[in-house]
Design a protein. Structure first.
Length: 128
């Protein structure tokens, strides 16, 4: 399917999700980064692809690049599903933690907590 429609964002999002959930190796992460290369933040599907690209960049140890991707994805919130925005913000908080930017991580975690108190391990990360 992807070979026939290399620009089909639905196919790329689905493949990226499958790849990252099945194997978090550096090789797989590189495939996901390549799959998402050049993605613009046009629709919620593009936002989801950017989320997977950022996760792959984290696997590769490219934390600053992951932060930039997540910040780009969070610039557009209109018409984005709440669950996607929560996932993007949570991932960015993890990236901020990895970069040693504790206050920024806490700010993002607090925003997630306000919207969804039971999201992932937000409560524990906030020390609640």
């Amino acid at each position: 399917m992807l070979a026939a429609e290399p620009t089909d964002v639905v196919a790329r999002v689905s493949l990226a999700e499958l790849l990252l959930e099945g194997d978090a190796s550096a090789e797989t992460a590189q495939r996901v980064v390549a799959l998402a290369a050049g993605t613009e933040n046009e629709t919620y599907l593009h936002g989801a692809l950017l989320l997977y690209q950022a996760r792959a960049l984290q696997v590769l140890g490219l934390t600053t690049a992951a932060r930039e991707i997540l910040t780009t994805a969070l610039r557009r919130t209109k018409d984005r599903p709440a669950e996607l925005l929560l996932a993007l913000r949570y991932e960015r908080a993890l990236v901020y933690e990895a970069l040693g930017e504790k206050s920024r991580a806490k700010a993002d975690l607090e925003k997630v907590f306000i919207q969804h108190q039971a999201y992932a391990d937000v409560r524990a990360r906030l020390g609640l």
